[in-house]
Design a protein around this ligand. Structure first.
Ligand SMILES: [Zn+2]
Length: 145
């Protein structure tokens, strides 16, 4: 039972691990970014917070952190319905770089969908606009699993 896990965590007074599997507590990782208390300090931090937003089905956050020029074409309802059916199971950052106002993060996100384990492998481009990082575009790799 999953409730038992929560109880033992509380007993140990251990902060909840972040959804993005950074090894840090959510409060020291994605949560303050998602709640708008702090800005993502790097493309990778933004990418991690977007993964966590998917886990929490906070699709508005995904729209808000998409390049402002592309926000209008972001399909909120489609992404919501997709996220409600997917259960995210892991994130692996394969590469991450930042050069001036452009960043790149290659990652693999694992999730269960329709009872099947799948992996989303993407190379994402991020842009810093007005001091904030935004998701700009992504190239998705085909998985042969
Ligand atoms: Zn995190």
């Amino acid at each position: 039972m999953s409730s038992q896990k929560v109880i033992s965590r509380d007993l140990l007074d251990k902060p909840k691990d972040c959804y993005c599997q950074s090894g840090k507590a959510a409060e020291d990782c994605c949560l303050p970014i998602l709640e708008g208390r702090i800005q993502a300090s790097s493309p990778e931090a933004l990418m991690r917070s977007r993964y966590t937003a998917f886990c929490l089905e906070n699709i508005e956050y995904l729209q808000q952190t998409t390049d402002p020029a592309k926000q209008e074409s972001f399909d909120l309802e489609l992404n919501k319905s997709w996220a409600s059916k997917a259960e995210f199971t892991g994130l692996e950052i394969l590469a991450s770089e930042e050069m001036a106002d452009t960043g790149r993060v290659e990652f693999k996100a694992s999730f269960d969908f329709d009872g099947e384990s799948r992996t989303h492998h993407e190379d994402s481009v991020f842009k810093r606009i007005g001091g904030r990082w935004y998701f700009h575009s992504g190239e998705v790799f085909e998985e042969d699993s």
